[in-house]
Design a protein around this ligand. Sequence first.
Ligand code: ADP
Ligand code: MG
Length: 718
Amino acid sequence: MTTTNRATALEAISKRIVPTNDAPHDGDAPIDYYGKDVFNASAIRKYLSRGAAEKLLATIQDGAKLDPSVAGDVAHAMKDWAISRGATHFTHWFQPMTGSTAEKHDSFLDLNDQGEAIMTFSGHNLVKSEPDASSFPSGGLRCTFEARGYTAWDPTSPAFVKRNPHGATLCIPSIFCSYTGQILDKKIPLLRSIQVLKQSVARFMLAFNAAPEHVTITLGAEQEYFLIDREFYLRRPDLIQTGRTLFGSPPAKHQQLEDHYFGAIKPRVINFMAEVEEELWRLGVPAKTRHNEVAPAQFELAPTFEELNLAVDHNMLTMEILKRVAERNGLVCLLHEKPFAGVNGSGKHNNWSVAYGAQNLLDPGPDPRHNLVFLAFLTAIIRAVDMHGDLLRTTTVTAGNDHRLGANEAPPAVVSMYLGERLSETLEQIEQGVNEEYRANPKQLFVGLQTAPSITSDDSDRNRTSPLAFTGNKFEFRMCGSSQSCAGFNMFLNVAVAESLDFLSTQIDRFKDSETFDADLEKLLGKILARHKRIVYNGNNYTSSWLEEAARRGLPNLATALDALEPLRSKANQKLMKDYDVFTEEEMESRYEIFVEEYLRKIQIEGEVALDVASNLILPVALEEYGELVKALKSAQEIGLECGQSSLRETANAIGKRADELQHNLKALAEFKEITPENYQEYINITKRIREAVDSLETLVDDRKWPLPKYREMLFIY
Ligand code: ADP
Ligand code: MG
């Protein structure tokens, strides 16, 4: 390979060691350092006066309105605590519509009247900050001439300290809105939806005469990701620029032997995982499960579930830490939904439930047939998903997730729910007005070993193909992409369920004190189920027969990304969001604009990178080899060699044919004027044809000359 200045630079960069920041020694066992970088209840009690501490904790734990007079005390305590953890700076940490987190640091350092250095952080600094909002996506909500935007402290998610190689920063989880108070982020609507659902759950439980309890919406987000060696990554301009490989022909062996899933974890990877866990535990993120996933080089991390707003923040942090720790280990963590064609992509499973005090409302208990609160709650969710499933689909749209949904590795674009046979039977009984004993059916499993402990089977099997599966005591939504924030999906689900609960509560109130409450309720549930049960499907969602069946049932199949964004503009959905004070119509429209623009921009960036790499890296190599073959053939003809001429000719022809195809499609792409909602599919098709030509050339061109690391290397050598 020729050595250019750039190649030398790359070589040097790839050897660079990323510095680390050794955290203060808080002990070696997780139990000693868990949550030490969080301004949590124990830090609050230690650094604040008792009165102020109790006020702050009441806000964090019970959602009480924060007494503004304590902000100054809290700021002071937070600063002292953060400095004790090595922090020199603070930042409002927020979640704009870019999909990632944003931060702008200010140091605690200031000068007093004598010009001496002091460390300051006021109540004002804590509560509000004013980043220039003009460079964040707003979907037309905010013109650049009124660029003021505000971030404001979200006291329900604890502040934390984020380490960098040379210090640390106090991060204050924050919301982000425009000068006029319009929503510019993902946290405000999530918090509003939580507020709304909590109220509706409280009202619903009151209809059952339940004693008041604290309502908690819970989320456990399973995070999938790929790891590859950083040396390969640095030599793949497509990965660097788009997060996925735009080229690469599948290796002979990929995931067909199913030998990676749950396989023994390689030492380098487990070392990485352990470092990730240590950082997460310090930040109070309860990382719980780690394992190899289906595709080679693919892994998963799942935390113990937590309160929804906190869990979303923690997932954002998890993604950041996965990337950072990977780099420190000479690896790169790919969070893209489909970094490699031909092997499974990565999703993020959203496990959602609601707790009323200590009671999980989705826990069927031993006798679900007679657990009326459970049945009513479940019915409300079925109704909500049937009525607003299109909104849930909307939250899964990204250019990356397009490659995953419906590709026999993730649910299709049709939203449906899986309940399992037994629960479906129970609901059928309600609908038919039949009352049979619930026959719990855990079987004793016989494994044929005297020494094995006895095992009983679960009451229902799993269904991995359903978009929204009931998994025993929670719903698991599997359509979200690995790189996405969980805020979108959970926000819409919360509001849709809140509306359904309110609908039920209103009906229940009519016969609340009746002697025949149970029968009346069952009749009501039966009526709702009859109307909305079409959303329940227990079969295999990956089959084409399901898509036909779904069409017969009238369930929307929003197959393309831009169609799937339309529900943001539907009157019914806009009304729902407005009635519950989560979004105005204008804000819903702005989200539509943002997502369409982001989607098209990403498609265009992919096209331009493909054009660049194929024109400047691939075609020259292919043509060089073609030229050499032609020269060799000519010499062979001149000296009249008996053998080899036909193989030279055939190889030259094969390479030439592919090079022509490539050239032809590169030209078409270069001439493509402007990418629009009407023509983007054609744009994608051209980039697909470019890929086909390049992937075919990869199998023809001399391996020693191929400029890009190959799948068989990236996916297996790490
Ligand atoms: P799986 O076999 O699908 O990986 P797990 O039992 O590992 O299922 O759980 C997956 C996720 O679901 C975990 O993050 C777990 O904490 C979460 N989870 C469990 N119970 C609840 C609940 N009540 N609410 C929300 N998430 C939950
Ligand atoms: Mg799961």
